[in-house]
Design a protein around this ligand. Structure first.
Ligand SMILES: Cc1cc2nc3c(=O)[nH]c(=O)nc-3n(C[C@H](O)[C@H](O)[C@H](O)COP(=O)(O)O)c2cc1C
Length: 406
């Protein structure tokens, strides 16, 4: 790499050193079988790991069977899940230098739902499609027609905390560098945090500190289950977009607590708790101000997410202090080479996987024709440079277990 665009500068995220500020955001694939990864996940995560993103975070993964959103959600609650995820991670590491993370989640009242494969808009599973009992802080369905959740007992809550810790330990053993706890998008931890969905009067509800308690206990347990070499983040809600719901001030106070508990970053999302709210239209970078506020007030590294569409926009976000990292979801599905094109737009010379260097802008005259011009990158051809990047390390394979050069 020759130029110094912030987007392509390394970042220290807790114990991790990320090659750049680009993160592949977690994206549910609804393609697991009984919670286990399938060939699709190797292709999906492997593709994201080749995208040039410095960090790839695997989709919301349930900490117990009841916490899956759909039948197709990933789980990390038994030894077969751990082994299967560990195997695809080892395969990805053989060809990609990206750091790899996983998001841990429990869907609460949003569990037992249909997925995109049933052409769903997110509705509950009917009994003849294998519906299961859902649980939540209070017996409030998402909307009419959704399952009415069973109110969690103290024992249920203690079990969920243990399940998050056990799943984090499995993630560590499977080889993940990072765990992200999902506390947004209307799932169980968010349901406990928000006054709209938590009507409890015991130690787990009543006022904001009590509503925060489950997330805090989960963070403590997960941090204790992870070695110091693994990073920990939380996907937080910035606002419920409801006059009686969570606000950005609540998020600031919570993020300060999380920072003191050893959380390394917050990724700031919003909404999706209750359907009866008016959410402003999602414009490019619409959630960046939330990340900026947390970064400024909570002393926590932040990741911005939501409609981050191209390299110059992402560069402006990190260079102007909007966030330390940018998480990209749909734009990466649309263009798996998003990071390559961001680098070209910013005039940054990044390393390509050796197998793909024939497509680098300065190796291929077709580049200028396809993209309407060649980027201004002053660099040697990658093939002419010494092999400094991780991409160039020899790969270990079954036939060549030590990874020695053939
Ligand atoms: C197919 C798909 C699946 C998603 N699954 C998850 C998920 O598992 N966990 C999560 O926190 N967000 C999930 N999201 C939300 C994204 O991570 C991201 O926050 C959102 O799409 C906004 O970013 P974007 O504008 O770059 O797409 C998903 C989004 C998409 C498009």
């Amino acid at each position: 790499m020759t130029t110094a665009a912030t987007l392509f500068s390394p970042f220290t995220l807790g114990p991790l050193r990320l090659e750049n500020r680009i993160v592949a955001s977690p994206m549910c694939q609804y393609s697991a079988v009984a919670g286990r990864v399938q060939p699709w996940h190797l292709v999906h995560l492997g593709g994201l790991a080749l995208s040039g993103a410095g960090l790839v975070i695997a989709e919301a993964t349930a900490v117990n069977a009841q916490g899956r959103i759909t039948h197709g959600c990933l789980g990390l609650y038994d030894a077969s899940h751990e082994a299967a995820l560990g195997a695809i991670l080892a395969q990805i590491r053989a060809f990609s230098p990206a750091a790899l993370g996983i998001q841990l989640s429990h869907a609460g009242r949003r569990a037992s739902a249909r997925s995109i494969f049933e052409r769903s808009k997110g509705e509950s599973l009917p009994p003849d499609e294998g519906a299961w009992e859902t649980v939540a802080p209070s017996a409030l369905p998402v909307a009419p027609g959704w399952h009415r959740p069973r109110v969690m007992t103290g024992a249920d809550i203690a079990q969920v905390i243990d399940d998050f810790a056990a799943a984090a330990a499995r993630a560590d053993r499977a080889g993940f560098d990072l765990v992200e706890i999902h506390a947004a998008h209307g799932y169980l931890l968010h349901q406990f945090l928000s006054p709209l969905t938590n009507r409890r009067t015991d130690d787990w509800g009543g006022d904001q500190p009590a509503r925060n308690r489950l997330l805090i206990e989960v963070v403590r347990a997960v941090r204790a289950a992870l070695p110091a070499t693994r990073a920990l983040g939380v996907r937080m809600t910035s606002t419920d977009w409801h006059p009686d719901g969570l606000t950005l001030d609540d998020a600031v106070a919570l993020a300060q607590t999380l920072a003191a508990l050893g959380v390394d970053y917050a990724v700031m999302s919003a909404g999706n708790l209750t359907p009866d709210v008016r959410i402003p239209a999602a414009t490019p970078g619409h959630q960046v101000p939330f990340a900026a506020r947390i970064r400024e007030r909570a002393g926590l590294a932040t990741m911005a997410v939501g409609q981050i569409l191209d390299g110059p926009q992402a560069q402006a976000i990190v260079a102007e202090g909007g966030a330390d990292l940018v998480a990209i979801a749909r734009a990466l599905l649309d263009d798996p080479r998003w990071a390559w094109h961001a680098a070209a737009a910013l005039g940054v010379d990044i390393d390509y996987p050796p197998q793909y260097i024939r497509a680098r802008p300065n190796n291929w005259t077709g580049y200028a024709l396809v993209h309407g011009g060649a980027p201004e990158i002053a660099s040697a051809r990658q093939a002419d440079r010494p092999p400094t990047a991780l991409w160039d390390r020899p790969q270990a394979t079954t036939d060549n277990p030590k990874g020695s050069a053939p």
